[in-house]
Design a protein. Structure first.
Length: 550
């Protein structure tokens, strides 16, 4: 009897440690419950050497490298990340990457004496031990501390190299400087380019935007710059829309590709490099009035394709939102009156279709800063993050519209953060660096990471899973959905888009009490069919795998 009881207890433990949830063709399998050490995972770095590496945050700014066994997802170790001082200056932790199975912590420090903004890298062993020697990556001369700018990172598709860009403003010179470097898996510099671009913000409605940067599978580097203003004499909107190309086969010699745009205003731009040696640009545009002033509201989406094997001018197509999509976004009355969509949507994901077309996901994103309490550096500010409905646009290989639809959701999370850490986008006046709503690391682990959605694409079908209010079960009408509310009580909801954009919604058969809640802001994509997840239920945290079975 004792042996039977022991066997049943062991079986129950095994079931608990490897709990499995399934919604249609998505399978979620979880490993061991993680220790309650007050360290919340804010990034899953990657998987190598039969180990999973994750970044965790404890308190306000204490970062830890957590290492797990791949199969059981049992935690092996947790070590604090403290980057050594640079010339007796404290180094602020920026990021951590896994390059060709080598771990690197990245940190930054501003040096007031010589007005430089520095970036350093530090190798970490697979047991979590930090190297005692830092590698200087950037030593960027800046105008002053308040305009020192920011660093931006993009890892290559094979995860063997890292592209880093630093941008800063020189307001006295009316110039923007960007410095871009491509680093290999030992943080050696493969390519670097620095350029100071002059601008004239005395022009009417002037804007200068470094919209996006990209690294393709051949280690070619691309940068999008959009400069626009209104010529009041000619009553025209002038758009200087350029791609800066640095191709490895051409020894990274700078090439400029001009994209001609007339009668429209470019609102934003994102890039994706394809396996067919093309670079595709997508974004939103607005209409322009007779006096040359842009309307700012979103008229529709554009797509430009650059053939990297030829010198031909890129073809660009503009597609207005169709009536059905506008009804879902702004209501039937406004759609009938020809109103445009408010400029609140940010492109979060671009997926290359099987036929060479694209699927673009654009989410309504907003951040609201409340009134600060306290004084100076001790001031704290309430911040509310909103991530609502997603416009899903499918484009044919030639860039024309195939179909569009809207994924209905309403999500909000609030945190209180130190005032000095505010700011999700870099910019000053007429100069901006385009980005999605980037949640500061110190705010993760406190709620905002429950927002958003996880897309997966396979066999011509788009699957999107996110946390939803249990009362929205079966509802696809955006007018009838209820807000997420308490994310601790959320349930996973799955929306499947077929080849024609028709939606099928799948929900759990019944809400399971104390079910683990997804954290869409924290996951690692192994391939198109498998993700490593981080989910939780109050103090119960687990790593898991999300498998797209068909």
């Amino acid at each position: 009897m004792k042996n039977t009881f022991a066997f049943l207890l062991l079986a129950l433990c095994f079931i608990n440690l490897h709990a499995q949830n399934k919604i249609e063709n998505l399978n979620m399998t979880y490993g061991d419950e993680l220790p309650d050490d007050k360290q919340k995972i804010i990034k899953i770095i990657g998987e190598a050497n039969d180990k999973i590496y994750a970044l965790a945050l404890s308190g306000k700014e204490d970062f830890f490298l957590k290492i797990f066994e791949s199969k059981s997802m049992r935690m092996i170790s947790s070590n604090g990340i403290v980057i050594p001082k640079l010339d007796d200056r404290e180094v602020d932790f920026e990021e951590i990457f896994l390059l060709n199975e080598k771990l690197y912590a990245i940190g930054s420090v501003y040096k007031k004496k010589d007005k430089t903004y520095n970036l350093v890298g530090l190798e970490i062993s697979d047991t979590g031990v930090l190297s005692g020697k830092s590698i200087l990556l950037f030593n960027s001369v800046v105008d002053k501390k308040s305009e020192k700018g920011d660093f931006y990172f993009k890892i290559s598709q094979d995860e063997n190299s890292l592209l880093v860009m630093h941008t800063s403003l020189f307001s006295k010179e009316d110039a923007v400087q960007y410095e871009i470097k491509l680093l290999d898996d030992r943080l050696n510099v493969l390519f670097t380019n620095t350029e100071k671009v002059k601008f004239d913000d005395n022009k009417k409605d002037y804007e200068f935007d470094i919209s996006d940067f990209e690294l393709n599978f051949e280690n070619d580097v691309f940068l999008v710059i959009n400069e626009s203003y209104r010529d009041s004499k000619k009553k025209e909107k002038i758009e200087k829309f350029q791609i800066h190309k640095f191709k490895k086969a051409n020894n990274y010699k700078k090439e400029i590709v001009d994209i001609n745009v007339t009668g429209k205003e470019i609102i934003n731009c994102k890039m994706i490099s394809t396996v067919k040696h093309t670079l595709k640009l997508v974004g939103f545009y607005s209409s322009v009035r007779e006096n040359g002033k842009g309307n700012k509201d979103l008229k529709g989406i554009y797509n430009a394709t650059i053939d990297l094997t030829s010198t031909a001018s890129p073809d660009i197509k503009f597609e207005e939102f169709d009536y059905e999509t506008k009804v879902k976004l702004i209501g039937e009355r406004r759609a009938k009156n020809g109103k445009d969509v408010k400029p609140l949507y940010t492109i979060t994901t671009i997926i290359e279709r099987n036929d060479g077309g694209l699927i673009v996901l654009s989410e309504l994103q907003n951040v609201f800063y409340g009134k600060s309490a306290g004084f100076g550096p001790l001031a704290f500010t309430p911040v509310t993050y909103t991530k609502n409905e997603i416009i899903v646009t499918s484009l044919k290989p030639d860039g024309s519209l195939d179909w569009s639809n809207v994924l209905p959701k309403e999500q909000v999370a609030s945190v209180t953060t130190m005032s000095l850490s505010l700011g999700a986008m870099a910019g000053n006046g007429s100069f901006t660096v385009g980005a999605s709503l980037m949640i500061p690391m110190i705010d993760l682990g406190k709620g905002p990471e429950y927002l958003g959605a996880i897309p997966m694409y396979k066999n011509g079908k788009l699957n999107v899973i996110f946390n939803d209010n249990v009362k929205n079960k079966g509802i696809t009408n955006i007018e009838k959905i209820k807000a997420l509310g308490n994310y601790n009580n959320a349930v996973p909801s799955l929306f499947i888009f077929d080849e024609n954009g028709l939606i099928t919604r799948k929900d759990p058969d019944e809400a399971i009490k104390n079910e683990l809640v997804l954290r869409p802001g924290v996951y690692y994509r192994k391939n198109e069919s498998e993700l490593i997840l981080y989910s939780s239920r109050k103090k119960q945290d687990k790593l898991g795998r999300l498998l797209l079975e068909k």
